[in-house]
Design a protein. Structure first.
Length: 302
């Protein structure tokens, strides 16, 4: 822990850029939506993203024949930024006694919380603290209509479910490139066996790192099923398979991290009067499902 960082924790009101950069680096590792999506530049406010609604087609012409024009249609999708915030409090004595430990906790807690909020917005369109709906936000669970069900009573059919979802996309010319999975789906895959009792996916482990499945990039998180955040509930969503290049996501502004000693920023009472120090992180981000038909949902059958 560098002297500059510790001094910033004790003296500054806005913490230095290297601390903020460390937080966002960790966010990018933890958020599976961020890791799978296509990065797009965003600005605070409304963003207009071009959507190719009709692709140009090439043709073959004979020698000396008249050349032809190709049709190209581009629509615009309006996307607004969302502001995510996390507030933390520590006693003044804790900050003075162990600034290194406090700073480590601040960085880890903020990065985990922001990553969780990004994922819950993308997959379910909800706020992480109480799972209430984010006004006007689209999400995989609400926007994508192509759904395949997995029967928990027939776990041996789990591979077939994935291929059914893949086939539903391939039949319309879509090419999946990644899978986002809930831990429950990882368990179903890891425990599925053939008729001789042999494990179908011996490559899976319990360390949370998958990498690839069926040849597609794969990441897993409890945010897919909704079992994350302060009021997590199982949505029965088990996986999203699709072309994640059709999910655009980006930061509209760097994370700001502020140290607060006075006032009542979190509605819990005056910080100075309660002998507390607050830390407030805020970030602005935006995302858009550019083509809902490029994805399929796998849900557990009721």
């Amino acid at each position: 822990m560098g002297t500059q960082k510790l001094g910033a924790l004790l003296d500054a009101h806005t913490l230095p850029g290297e601390i903020v950069a460390d937080i966002w680096t960790e966010v990018a590792k933890v958020s599976i939506a961020q890791s799978l999506a296509k990065t797009a530049p965003m600005v605070i406010g409304d963003n207009l993203l071009p959507v190719l609604s009709k692709r140009p087609s090439a043709t073959i012409i004979d020698e000396g024949a008249q050349k032809k024009s190709s049709d190209l249609e581009i629509d615009m999708k309006r996307v607004r930024t969302l502001k995510a915030q996390v507030g933390l409090e520590f006693t003044t004595e804790m900050v003075l006694r162990n600034p290194a430990g406090v700073l480590d906790q601040v960085q880890q807690a903020l990065s985990d919380a922001i990553a969780e909020q990004l994922d819950l917005a993308v997959f379910h369109g909800v706020k992480a603290d109480d799972h209430s709906a984010i006004t006007g936000a689209e999400s995989f669970a609400k926007t994508v209509t192509n759904t395949v069900e997995i029967d928990p009573a027939a776990p041996g059919d789990v591979d077939k479910v994935f291929w059914t979802a893949y086939g539903s996309l391939a039949s319309t010319g879509k090419s999946p490139n990644a899978i986002a999975m809930a831990p429950q789906m990882v368990y179903s895959l890891a425990t599925a066996t053939d008729k001789q009792g042999r494990t179908l996916h011996p490559e899976l482990s319990m360390n949370g790192q998958i990498g690839s499945l069926f040849g597609l990039r794969t990441a897993q998180s409890a945010t897919v099923s909704g079992l994350a955040g302060g009021a997590g509930a199982d949505s029965k969503l088990r996986a999203v398979i699709g072309d994640f290049n059709r999910l655009s996501m980006g930061r509209a502004h760097d994370i700001t991290l502020e140290r607060i000693e006075y006032g009542n920023p979190f509605g819990t009472g005056d910080l100075k009067g309660r002998n507390m120090v607050g830390f407030l992180a805020e970030t602005w981000f935006a995302y858009a499902i550019m083509d809902k038909d490029a994805f399929a949902l796998i849900k557990e059958k009721a």
